[in-house]
Ligand binder design. Sequence first.
Ligand code: PYC
Length: 446
Amino acid sequence: MAGDGSGASPAQPIRSRRVRTRYPARYSAASLLWRGKRPWPRIWDSGDLGSSYDAVVIGGGVHGLATAYYLASNWGITNVAVVDKGYLGGGGSGRNTAIVRSNYLTPDGVAFYDRSVQLYERLAVDLNLNVMFARRGHLTLAHSDGALRTMRWRAEVNKHQGVDSDVIGPAEIKRLVPALDTSDAPRYPILGALHHPPGGIIRHDAVVWGYARAAAALGVEMHQNTEVLDIDVAGGGGPEGKGPGGRVTGVRTNRGDISAPVVVNCTAGWASLVAAMAGVRLPISTHPLQAAVTEPVKMFLPAVVVSGSLHVYVSQTDRGELVFGAAVDPLATYDTGGSLAFAEELAGHVLQLMPGLERMRLLRQWSGLCDMTPDYSPIIGPTPVAGFHCDVGWGTYGFKAAPVAGEQLAACIAGGQVPELIEPFTLSRFAEGRLVGEKGAAAVGH
Ligand code: PYC
């Protein structure tokens, strides 16, 4: 971590050893019959909270679990506790729309998210659990010349990085997704689209459970209902010896204190508050993002469809439901209540794209919290407090990035160097004026 500009003293590599993973068996129809009336074994059982670990990961969502899993599987660091104030996957990991893609705008962003797509493609094999990755293809529609220009820009950057993306016209769009109205009739006609064949969707709960199960099989402990109340730092320049120049020594939780030389902030929604416990300021504002799901219908939507101008994205799950998302709510708040205004606006916009959906019924809506940074890119890696790492600020891109973020952050912690893939996204970029502007690659206008 030396030379990353974060001001942190160089981290000592903890250990570096590759381990062979032995996962619990898959469940099959035969095992169901054989199991009879015996209770299911727990897929993880962590016992009592210890008083010291090599690393504590705050946040039992997909990012925290992936980080713990790769620390254990790639580096042999298994004396790790993942603590969560609620239940595993109960935050953003259970509240997203599970879209996977790498058609970003900056070379740094494309390379980073492309690695995530690669890891997602083989995740079922790595975790020995069917995470239901469906490579559907991803279409970002353009309704104006300006949008079309951005799509061309993204396509060129993508191709330069070896990522399959291209701009296609209305006839090809209609061939791929017949339900879309590609005529001149709509108020915002479809002029073209960025087509990204590697994009798709995944089963978000399965990803969370897969990482949790695999990490537990390697010895990682998961402690739910364990809230971090404070972070201990020694030698920092701020109040109580916290902040820049200090070194993290542990965390205080509602279930007891833990000492640890490494603490990783993998929270969403509360990322800036958790970082402040260590005396670290993050440039994040938190906004809710609402989403909704319809009743299930026969499969008719073969791709993920996004319209930035109409602030909507939609995909169809393997069960047949349509999953919709939109822009973040405009006001910064921790309120995750749904609104009728969102449902009405969403319906109006979706019907402009696909008038045939007129009679479909929305079943549920929900919202999650998005930690927005000024450049719409995450904050990953070391902080000015040695041993205190962040994997935060994901805005609306979090779920798709979990494998690469976990893999690279684990390498950063274990190896003591910031890996090339996350180097552009360290906290120090805000002080150094090297922002990674990914607003133009947002699914919708925020
Ligand atoms: O950027 O693909 C995306 C996305 C989907 C949901 C929120 N953001």
